[in-house]
Design a protein around this ligand. Structure first.
Ligand SMILES: Nc1ncnc2c1ncn2[C@@H]1O[C@H](COP(=O)(O)OP(=O)(O)OP(=O)(O)O)[C@@H](O)[C@H]1O
Ligand SMILES: [Mg+2]
Length: 305
């Protein structure tokens, strides 16, 4: 059996370029050609053995592009985006010599002091952490506590994506990236974008389209909101920045703060805020949408009225 512990991110050999660009076209990928390894413990190509073994895996039925083989290797192609709470990297996982390749967005939650904790309040109502030692560590923001908090966000996002991906499989009209695996504070997701060039799909905020295009995107947005409401959850941070548009398909991302509409006393407010956030983007582009009527319908669908 291979020991994956020795291949963690800390032992990655190459320095990574950082592109902290909040605007459009922030995607800069390092290289798409395989690198050759000098260390005999490392695979001949790629940066490290796949971390699939020992990770928590995404829901079944697994898409056929998922690479589960022991001989698969991971190559880090560069940073996609550095965010407020996490950094997102592009990773290629492939079985060398076979052309069987998958492209993965690796979202790594920060546990250090650079992370902003704005999402830690409010959203946590209705959730519980059982062990008091862990609760104390988190409250006191010890290093261990920070790591735990970061891990909780990663796990919450993995859980939310798993649930919504399954809802999508069962016919729900919602698209989210398939959650490939979770290890600690790192979440690996289906890369939404061009798998050949490594170019990520634009965020809704960057999309320019005609009236028909706008209408279609708004229809997809309302359908996704309806699926969320009927699943009795609110995204909690829905915006044109947390929505990607890939080949005309709207894909919802970034949901560690997902809100249980029934358990969270502020659930209805989160739902309304999500709707207003996205509606105002469409309104600013000249589309007539009726957010208040939609909020009422969604609240009804969620069983809140
Ligand atoms: N699965 C994915 N496929 C392609 N790009 C992705 C994927 N997940 C995230 N990204 C890119 O990385 C960016 C940041 O991801 P995300 O919003 O999940 O993290 P974040 O830390 O909350 O970032 P921010 O603070 O900017 O909201 C996204 O806006 C998107 O451009
Ligand atoms: Mg985001």
């Amino acid at each position: 059996m291979r020991e994956h512990d020795s291949f963690g991110p800390a032992t990655m050999r190459r320095g990574r370029r950082k592109f902290d660009d909040d605007e459009a076209d922030f995607v800069k990928v390092g290289r798409l050609e395989p690198a050759l390894a000098e260390d005999p413990d490392l695979p001949e190509t790629g940066d490290r053995w796949s971390t699939w073994d020992g990770a928590l895996h995404g829901p079944q039925p697994r898409p056929d592009w998922i690479r589960t083989e022991h001989g698969a290797v991971d190559t880090e192609l560069g940073m996609l985006k550095t965010g407020k709470e996490a950094d997102v990297f592009l990773v290629r996982r492939e079985l060398p010599g076979t052309g069987q390749t998958s492209m993965i967005a690796a979202k790594r939650y920060r546990d250090g002091d650079h992370r902003l904790f704005h999402r830690d309040a409010g959203y946590l109502e209705g959730r519980r952490v059982r062990r008091s030692r862990e609760m104390r560590a988190m409250t006191n923001r010890t290093a261990f506590g920070k790591e735990l908090i970061a891990g909780q966000w990663a796990a919450a996002e993995f859980g939310a994506l798993s649930r919504l991906w399954q809802v999508g499989q069962e016919g729900g009209t919602i698209s989210v990236p398939y959650p490939v695996q979770l290890i600690g504070t790192e979440l690996m997701l289906e890369f939404i974008g061009d798998w050949e060039t490594g170019e990520a799909a634009p965020r809704l905020a960057q999309v320019r389209t005609d009236r028909d295009g706008l209408e279609d995107l708004w229809r997809q947005m309302t359908e996704a909101l309806s699926v969320l409401a009927r699943t009795q959850i609110a995204h909690g941070d829905l915006s044109p920045y947390n929505t990607l548009v890939h080949e005309g398909r709207l894909v919802i991302i970034d949901m560690p703060q997902i809100v249980d509409l029934i358990a969270n006393p502020q659930g209805a407010q989160f739902l309304a805020r999500d709707v207003r956030n996205v509606a105002s983007w469409f309104t600013a582009r000249g589309l007539t949408v009726e957010p208040e009527a939609l909020i009422e319908r969604l609240s009804y669908e969620a069983g809140l009225l």
